[in-house]
Design a protein around this ligand. Structure first.
Ligand code: ADP
Length: 276
């Protein structure tokens, strides 16, 4: 991705640690080594037993090689994206967007059967509170492509971390910074975001939940929590970092609340299009 001519680079992404610290490198090599081992192992098998395997057996091995390659390119693409955000190289092209239409569109796309990460059988309920009859009030100033990435990731997480077939709830509403609607303490420094009219997107699941002490940490790079419960679930611990960067570009806020073993809710605040 290239910086668009004349556009100011983003400035609000701060780096609390060096990009290539030791812990980060250890996690990274682990994530690269696993799919690479799959590819190498099955390729060796295919070569060693060339001519002795049935075409079904060959096909199965090739499928495993393909899935290892896919995993490898997912990791590399994700790393590249994170690096581009951190180098302020991601162009930000905000336009007025109907938040409800965007959410419906993303959900429809995710639930198509032909998607590689299809969540076609999961019920996803979308509620547009108070605003249903006034489309212009659902307008946010957002970069469509980036916001789609954010929604994809949050919905996919809600699906991945909810082993039971419970529905995912998505709510689109005004955010009123009332005492009954407080920000978590770690976001108090960013309170100036609340000076503008805001729309809130809430993505709620009834899944495994997140320990309270980890609710802030999950937005940092390579942080995966609840490890005993999520061992079988694919993931890199970079998706929420990407979400945090996307929200920062929009001058919004993102946070999670959760009851361990019961549910998680991700809140995203985005500026409304100021004309309305
Ligand atoms: P990934 O999903 O690739 O592991 P993320 O950065 O998206 O990485 O999430 C980081 C961690 O936060 C996850 O590994 C998981 O432990 C936790 N997490 C994220 N979303 C949820 C959710 N909806 N329910 C429970 N845990 C979650």
């Amino acid at each position: 991705m290239h910086k668009p001519p004349g556009k100011p680079a983003i400035t609000q992404i701060s780096h609390d640690t060096d990009f290539l610290n030791a812990e980060w490198l250890a996690s990274l090599s682990h994530e690269l080594r696993n799919p690479l081992a799959t590819i190498k192992g099955y390729t060796t098998l295919l070569m060693r037993h060339h001519g002795q395997l049935s075409s079904e057996e060959q096909y199965e091995l090739l499928q495993s090689i393909a899935s290892g390659s896919e995993q490898l390119s997912y990791v590399i693409n994700m790393l590249q994206e994170i690096a581009e955000f951190e180098a302020n190289l991601v162009p930000f092209r905000p336009h007025p967007i109907d938040a409800s239409m965007l959410v419906h569109d993303v959900v429809m796309e995710m639930q198509r059967d032909d998607q590689p990460r299809a969540i076609a059988d999961r019920a996803i309920q979308i509620t547009v509170s108070e605003l249903a009859n006034e489309p212009e009030k659902r307008l946010i100033l957002a970069d469509q492509g980036l916001l789609r990435r954010l929604l994809f990731h949050l919905i996919e997480n809600a699906h991945k971390f909810s082993p039971d077939p419970s529905p995912i709830q998505i709510t689109i509403t005004y955010f009123l910074p009332a005492p009954s609607n407080p920000l978590p303490e770690h976001l108090h420094a960013d309170k100036e975001v609340l000076q503008q009219p805001l729309l809130e997107l809430r993505i709620q699941d009834s899944g495994i939940g997140i320990p309270e002490e980890d609710l802030e940490r999950i937005f940092e790079r390579f942080q995966r929590v609840n490890l005993t419960l999520i061992r079988e679930v694919n993931g890199l611990g970079l998706g929420l970092t990407l979400c945090k960067y996307i929200v920062a570009l929009h001058h919004g806020l993102i946070w999670a609340e959760s009851t361990l073993g019961a549910n998680s809710t991700f809140h995203v605040l985005l500026p409304r299009h100021s004309q309305y």
